[in-house]
Design a protein around this ligand. Structure first.
Ligand SMILES: [Zn+2]
Length: 55
């Protein structure tokens, strides 16, 4: 998961959503604060984690 610094505040995005937001990231100049692999983190867009947990 990557923590992006955006004009509307920080938000976590998974790699899939990063693809979806690629244009916005470029247009608004989002900056990656840092990358962290943590199953407890949830993407702010799709609400999924880095690691899929199957029940
Ligand atoms: Zn996502």
């Amino acid at each position: 998961m990557k923590l992006f610094v955006t004009p509307k505040g920080d938000r976590w995005l998974c790699s899939e959503c990063e693809e979806d937001f690629r244009e916005t990231i470029t247009e608004e100049g989002w900056r990656v604060a840092f990358t962290k692999i943590d199953p407890m983190l949830r993407c702010s867009e799709c609400k999924h984690g880095d690691i899929e947990i199957f029940d």
